[in-house]
Write a protein that binds this ligand. Sequence first.
Ligand SMILES: *Cc1c(COP(=O)(O)O)cnc(C)c1O
Length: 479
Amino acid sequence: MKLLFERSTVGHKSELLPCCSTPAYELPADLLRAEAPALPQLAEIEVERHYTELAKQTFGVNDGFYPLGSCTMKYNPSINEDMAALPGFTKLHPLQPESTVQGALEAMYTATELLQEITGMDAMTLQPSAGAHGEYTGLLLIRAYHQSRGDTARTKIIVPDSAHGTNPASAVMAGFSVVNIPSDEKGCVDLDGLRKAVGPDTAGLMLTNPNTVGIFDPNILEITKIVHEAGGLCYYDGANLNAVMGMARPGDMGFDCIHLNLHKTFSTPHGGGGPGSGPVGCKAHLAQFLPTPVVVKTEEGYHLHAPEASLGRMRSLYGNFLVVIRALTYVLSLGKEGIPAASQGAVLNANYLMKKLADLGYDMAYPGFCMHEFVMDIGKLKKETGASAMEIAKRLLDYGMHPPTMYFPLIVHEALMVEPTETESKETLDAAAEVYGKILAEAKEDGQRLHDAPFNTPIGRPDEVGAARQPILRWTPAE
Ligand SMILES: *Cc1c(COP(=O)(O)O)cnc(C)c1O
């Protein structure tokens, strides 16, 4: 597809505006360009067609099934967008006096109260811009807690080998060293391994529950107890809370601190890189360290407040405010019944599709019940037919379906991780299963054919390593 610069034709433009009646102002000569800027010259319709063509080449939840595991690509109700677009929210200046933004502060306060209730936490910051930013914030809270007690020997964060890659990365950024512990054969924390790993140098444990293979750890209370008894704190990666929200609370499982991904569980469109929001909730013993400002309610109204031993700012201003408005709208519109119903739907859909795919002959990495997602192991199929997880993912594109997450978690080598989400119908899941069935048959017939897939997409197999190592981020005109 051509860029606007390549479509440009000298002299093409659209003159839709009347001539300007204001006299021209002569700029000082030293401020003028020597030659005209190299901007593309196009008529309005050419620009429209360009962007429409671009839009057709992308794939979103509004196009079709998008079961990208761990990413929660679900449908986001448009009422959230309506609320986030209200001029009363969009036309505010972030530095307006408090007395003139009481409604916005109330919205932030209410969102905090509701999310605290859902997670079982006592306090919360809305500042972090994404999940990983929330992890980093939460770990700084843990560090501040130990330091405030003079407990400076606690320098290690325990992370299971099934963790999302951001967990160890955030721990290192927050100044800790990472202790990896292996998972047991069910994908859960190995209790003996954990007991051996904890000690006087343990600052805390970071855990995703349900974990990245979609399993709720049955020993969760024992796990948090082991860490607490060793003097560490427990951090809950709550990016995928749609597996348990309204059903179980991380605060009740013994966790001291959590981040949420509002752009996953609480319904903001994402996938193009933002905007996101990763609020961090904590128990009372960490509240004094929260980033500043937090919203507090007094008799005179809502105020921005700096907690006593605050970490300071984690980003500018108040976080991605309109993402918080979408989450608030989502929680209020679902209500007390809708919140647990959403997680039940996510779990039911995942189990339904897992069973259908298992019956077709796909191997599951961890058979049994799953939570909101499940992991297939394509290893055996690859040995038998040559068709890898990548091959299957590429072929799915031809059927108008987004592939699942590939090669994650790392503990399953040929992993395909499927998260259907609660917003898909039984018909969509049945249709997806049919496609997976066809691809399995194709693989068994001629595994090599899948090497050439996809056949119907604008781009087939980009050089991903090259793109990551030597990204070309600027267009340069041909000589
Ligand atoms: C998505 C995700 C993250 C990271 O969230 P970002 O907003 O992409 O930074 C962390 N942990 C888990 C389990 C996730 O699924």
